[in-house]
Design a protein around this ligand. Structure first.
Ligand code: ZN
Length: 301
C-alpha cells in the first residue's frame, strides 16, 4: 500500500486532543484540533463498534487517531460520504492492516479512492488533505452489515451531498443512528456546494421517523437524544426555502449569488475565502437547483 501523502505530525501551533467515551455499545473517539488562536476548533467524532469503525477522521488528527487504535486495529471502515474530513486516515489504517475493508456509498467509492491531495486554502488549513486509497467497496443505500450479533443498516441521507448515507445500529441498549454530515449545525445557511434542500428535508424526517428514543450521533457534534432537533431543522429549511423561491420570483432571477445577497446581505470574509465551496449562495442553489449528482460546480461569490 503506497500513498502520495505521508502522515506527518500536526505542526507546532496546532493542539490535538482525543477523548474516548462509551455511548451504549459504541466507543466514541472525539478528535479536536485547535489551530493556533483561531476560535473555531476542528471536531470530528469517529465511532467504533467491535471491529468496525465509522468514518476515518481528518489529517491533522491522524496521529492521535492511530495512537488510539494501535492496540487493536479495526478490520472494517464504513463511510458516510467522501469528504476529506471523513476519509483522511484510511490510507494509514490500511498500511497498519492490509486486510482492512473500506466501504463507501457505491457512487462515492471512486471519489474516496481519489482522495483530496489539495482541498484548497480554507479546508486545507482546517482539515488538511486526504491521501488516495485503493480497493474501496461500494454499498447500496439499504445495505445491511453484521458486527457480531449486532445489525448495522445503512439509511440513505442525501442533502449535505448526493449519495450520503447514515447507519442504524439496533442493540439491546437502544437504537443509535450515525448521521455523518446530515446535521452539523442548527441553521445551515452558509453550506457546502454539493447540497440539496429537498433531499436534506426528506433525510432529516427519515431519521426523525426512526423513533422517539433514538440516539443520534452526528460526526461534528455531541450526541443528540430524540428526533426533535432534526424535525426542527427540516421545518426551518422548508421555511427558508420558501423565502428563496419568493425572492427568485420577485427578482426575476435564478442567480444564486444575487438572490443570496438580496436575502442575506453581501458574502462575509469566510465565504469569499472558500473559492465558492461554502456560502449562502449554495443554500439558495440547493433550493432552486438541488445537486443530485457529482461533480457539482462551486458558486463563486
Ligand atoms: Zn461532508
Amino acid at each position: 500500500m503506497t500513498s502520495s501523502i505521508r502522515p506527518v505530525q500536526a505542526s507546532g501551533d496546532r493542539q490535538v486532543q482525543l477523548q474516548r467515551t462509551q455511548i451504549g455499545p459504541l466507543e466514541r473517539l472525539e478528535l479536536r484540533v485547535r489551530h493556533g488562536n483561531h476560535p473555531t476548533v476542528a471536531i470530528a467524532n469517529i465511532y467504533r463498534l467491535g471491529r468496525t469503525l465509522f468514518d476515518a477522521g481528518f489529517f491533522y488528527a491522524e496521529q492521535a487517531l492511530l495512537q488510539a487504535l494501535e492496540s487493536d486495529w479495526p478490520e472494517r471502515v464504513l463511510l458516510t460520504h467522501h469528504h476529506e474530513d471523513h476519509v483522511a486516515s484510511l490510507a494509514a489504517l490500511r498500511d497498519r492492516n492490509p486486510d482492512l475493508e473500506i466501504w463507501a456509498p457505491a457512487e462515492l467509492a471512486p471519489l474516496v479512492e481519489r482522495g483530496w491531495p489539495d482541498p484548497g486554502p480554507v479546508r486545507g488549513h482546517f482539515w488538511g488533505p486526504a491521501a488516495p486509497v485503493s480497493a474501496v467497496s461500494g454499498y447500496a443505500p439499504d445495505a445491511v452489515f453484521r458486527e457480531g450479533d449486532v445489525t448495522i443498516t445503512a439509511i440513505p441521507t442525501p442533502g449535505h451531498c448526493p449519495y450520503h448515507c447514515g447507519f442504524i445500529i439496533d442493540h439491546q441498549q437502544g437504537r443509535f443512528v450515525l448521521t455523518g454530515d446530515l446535521y452539523y449545525r442548527r441553521k445551515p445557511l452558509s453550506i457546502w456546494y454539493e447540497a440539496s434542500a429537498p433531499d436534506a428535508i426528506a433525510s432529516l424526517r427519515r431519521v426523525a421517523a426512526l423513533g422517539e428514543d433514538v440516539t443520534i450521533l452526528p460526526y461534528h457534534l455531541d450526541p443528540i437524544n430524540g428526533p426533535d432537533a432534526f424535525l426542527q431543522q427540516a421545518d426551518w429549511i422548508e421555511r427558508e426555502a420558501e423565502k428563496v423561491l419568493k425572492a427568485a420570483e420577485q427578482l426575476g432571477s435564478r442567480d444564486p449569488a444575487r438572490i443570496a445577497e438580496h436575502l442575506y446581505g453581501p458574502p462575509d470574509v469566510f465565504e469569499r475565502a472558500t473559492g465558492g465551496e461554502i456560502n449562502k449562495a449554495a443554500f439558495v442553489r440547493s433550493v432552486l437547483d438541488p445537486v443530485r449528482d457529482l461533480p457539482a460546480t462551486p458558486i463563486p461569490v
